[in-house]
Design a protein around this ligand. Sequence first.
Ligand SMILES: Cc1cc2nc3c(=O)[nH]c(=O)nc-3n(C[C@H](O)[C@H](O)[C@H](O)COP(=O)(O)O)c2cc1C
Length: 181
Amino acid sequence: MKKNVIIGVCAGIASYKTCELVRLLSKDGFSVKVVMTESATKFVSPLVFQTLSNNPVYVDMFSLIKEENPQHIDIAQWANLCVIAPCTANTLSKIASGICDNLLTTVVCALPEKAKVLLAPAMNECMWKNPLIEKNVEVLKSLKKYIIMPPAKGELVCGTYGQGRMPDVTDIYKRIKGILR
Ligand SMILES: Cc1cc2nc3c(=O)[nH]c(=O)nc-3n(C[C@H](O)[C@H](O)[C@H](O)COP(=O)(O)O)c2cc1C
């Protein structure tokens, strides 16, 4: 049976790589719905994700819709898995605190118990090693629902070398298949 995957996209520079992840999943027969933060739309146009996923892209929590339920409930109920790639320090921290101030964080909060959340954080190394972010990562790791793929080491966009790169899209893709097998 076709599996339903939410791809959450945050405002990180690695968001251009998420286009390839969506392409791979759609090609492989997954149903993909992309939920972007408002800030993420400054990095990649929703049109790219809409075309690659063959589905509407969701950004605005308060858009007028015809469905019976609010859209964050509909999207959350539909999902077998929610993947956030890249996951910013901001969104990771909001999820760890149960904050629901945009469509993506609200969808994550409203997911059914059995739907796991795979997070692929990507950020500057100082952000990743910030004790507050480390604490929030630990909070999420302590809950069975959340799976964190730690950022990889390598050259970072800010010109430094360190841990902060989003894991390779093919590794995220393999992990998704492993979880949904
Ligand atoms: C060019 C640029 C690149 C950024 N890259 C990252 C990043 O890789 N990781 C991160 O956590 N924040 C990054 N930020 C900061 C986030 O965009 C910012 O914290 C934003 O509020 C996150 O919003 P969101 O979590 O709602 O998507 C970047 C900002 C800019 C301007």
